[in-house]
Design a protein around this ligand. Structure first.
Ligand SMILES: [Fe+2]
Length: 469
């Protein structure tokens, strides 16, 4: 929490305490779930908070942290129908500019958030890249690391923001069972938004999120999920609708289609894919999203084309082993026709500067993607990775498998199967660079973070290469 955030929070807390004196039964709104922003545009951004009140909620956006340069302000209402979450679509802001925002309800002021609009043009951009944050598996120290960085334009979340199970390992969670109903999903989202590191992350940077399977159920699609049993858990469509409603209520994301494209001037465009909602046995994207992606590749003029995909795009031959099948058909390997369609679209456009940003598999990778692109995979913030899956100490069982993966997949230039953390992606006209930052111990709330690996793609090469640091 920055000094400004802390000060404002204390003011808000004092206001709550003060108002409570003599009115013990009066419901006083508090902003216990923090504030957030998302999906920056050149002229605006989406703001989010939650406050239980029947009064109008005022919001203001300022060019300074002291709120002396108010740029926009307004009022919105909320209510039980949307679990008292608040979303504000702000326009009329300047491009590529930092802003501060806050809310007020019944005289109580929220913590202050900081955000940044997308630029019309820029010579560099820097993004946090994250995925797979399982509350029960550890502390979100890696999120806190990104919150402390003042040089990020936004944080790209590639999915598994929440997990629907109840398997406490490091931290307990509510509700204490698998999420099924709307109230279940709301309760789990609310729990996440009380985490101090995640609150700081949301208050520090706008988030650009897509979802993967665990926002609803394990290995989900529109048709069902491996993690869902209709016999005991009811119709899948009802559960998916509940998960979807809670996600849109609680995430700083515009409502509607999750696949979308954001632009950072002529430097890059960022395409976020939704690989769950339109998935069938034949297609991972669905016809509409597939054609939209191809049109974007064909019409795009930005120097770099970042593509956020929740699951791995490149082919992966899994070496013979007693634990895993030879292919992970939950990722693009299960949908070769869709992948071929994307590769052909890139080839037709003569596009060699697509960079896939991927989550899902709880490990770190740098990959040459079929000669037309590169792929960087960020590891999990806390979710189990290989050593925890095998229940062995880090760097014991995994070294041999990493070597075997590289031997079986010459296009995989780097893989690390054991560490948790976050990544930072820096984009300039000359190169895209991905740095991985690892936590010393997911179970330790005071863990430290360190830079562990750095890889880059130079313009027009479609190749990854290591960076010495
Ligand atoms: Fe995950």
């Amino acid at each position: 929490m920055s000094g400004v955030d802390r000060r404002t929070f204390l003011i808000a807390t004092a206001a709550v305490a003060g108002t409570s004196v003599g009115t013990a039964n009066a419901a006083v709104p508090v902003f216990e779930h923090g504030v957030a922003s998302g999906d920056p545009l050149p002229d605006g951004v989406l703001l989010w908070t939650r406050v239980v009140t029947s009064s109008p909620v005022e919001w203001e956006v300022s060019g300074d942290a002291e709120f002396t340069k108010i740029a926009r302000r307004g009022r919105v209402s909320t209510g039980a129908h949307r679990d008292y979450t608040v979303k504000v679509e702000v326009h009329g802001l300047r491009p590529g500019t930092r802003y501060w925002y806050r809310f007020r309800a019944d005289g109580v002021v929220s913590p202050v958030g900081r955000t940044k609009t997308a630029p019309v043009d820029c010579s560099a951009a820097r993004f946090g890249v994250v995925s797979c944050s399982n509350w029960m598996a550890g502390h979100f120290v890696p999120y806190g690391y990104l919150a402390d960085r003042s040089d990020l334009d936004a944080v790209i979340h590639l999915g598994d923001y929440i997990y629907p199970h109840y398997q406490p390992v490091v931290r307990d969670a509510v509700p204490p069972h698998e999420l099924i109903t709307l109230q279940d999903y709301r309760t789990r989202h609310a729990l996440y938004k009380t985490d101090p590191h995640l609150q700081r992350l949301h208050a520090a940077h706008p988030m650009i999120a897509t979802w993967d399977d665990n926002e609803s159920a394990d290995n989900s699609s529109a048709l069902g999920a491996i993690g869902h049993d209709p016999a005991t858990e009811g119709p899948w469509a009802v559960r998916l609708a509940a998960a979807t409603q809670a996600y849109f209520e609680w995430m700083p994301i515009r409502e509607g289609l999750i696949f979308r494209r954001l632009r950072y001037g002529s430097l890059l465009d960022l395409t976020m894919l939704d690989l769950r909602s339109h998935r069938t046995p034949e297609t991972i994207m669905g016809v509409r999203q597939r054609d939209w992606l191809a049109r974007g590749i064909c019409d795009g003029t930005a120097r770099w084309r970042l593509i956020g995909t929740s699951v791995m795009f490149s082919p992966l031959a899994i070496p013979p082993n007693p634990l895993f099948p030879s292919k992970n058909v939950d990722q693009w390997d299960g949908f070769p026709a869709d992948r071929e369609f994307v590769v052909r679209a890139l080839e037709r456009a003569g596009e060699k500067n697509a960079v896939f940003l991927t989550g899902d598999i709880h490990s770190s990778w740098a990959v040459d993607a079929l000669g037309v692109a590169t792929e960087y995979i960020t590891t999990s913030v806390t979710s189990d990775n290989f050593d925890e899956f095998l229940k062995v100490p880090p760097r014991t069982g995994s070294l041999a498998l990493e070597a075997a993966i590289m031997a079986h997949n010459p296009h995989v230039k780097f893989v690390e199967l054991d560490s948790h953390g976050v990544s930072v992606l820096e984009v300039t006209p000359e190169e895209v660079r991905m740095d991985w930052f690892y936590t010393s111990d997911r179970a330790n709330p005071d863990a430290t973070m360190h830079k562990a690996h750095s890889w880059r793609t130079r313009y027009d090469t479609a190749r990854v290469e290591p960076v010495l640091f």
